[in-house]
Design a protein. Sequence first.
Length: 174
Amino acid sequence: ALAAALAYRTGVMGGIGGLVLWLVHRGLPPRWREGLMATVLVLAMVCSCEIFRATESAAATYDPFLFGLCLLAGNIVVALRFRAAVLTSALGVAVVGAYVIGSTRMPAVAQQFAMALLVGTAAFTCLACYRLESAMRHSYLLLLQESLRSQAALRTADEYARISQTDALTLLPN
């Protein structure tokens, strides 16, 4: 089990995670960057589930209770946009459900509780993503509105300066 955990965490996640970070550092477009980060999150869930499946220790029963940390990291720390967070969370819950539900290692009540905890974590982190995205959009619109007001004030000031420097009757400079 230790060998499997090391292989998945360092080999799979380390290699793919390192490649994704390198690509992000090279300046991927935002949609590609977000897609890759969401893919890495789902891959982390798969790797965690494979480690859970490969572990024969009785303590592995508690592993699925920690799978929600992957969702916290992806949805909150990486700050996926709402749509990507919902899709990633749904895929993550489906992956974990495939491994946990029907597991002979866990009692049925523990399976239900682990899945309920994961679904709750997914829902709350998606809500946080929605609120964060909404706040960012609102801030952007306020900044844009203020910029437009500032440009209008500058145009008005220029017009007043032109009027003050021109004789209204003859239209000649003062």
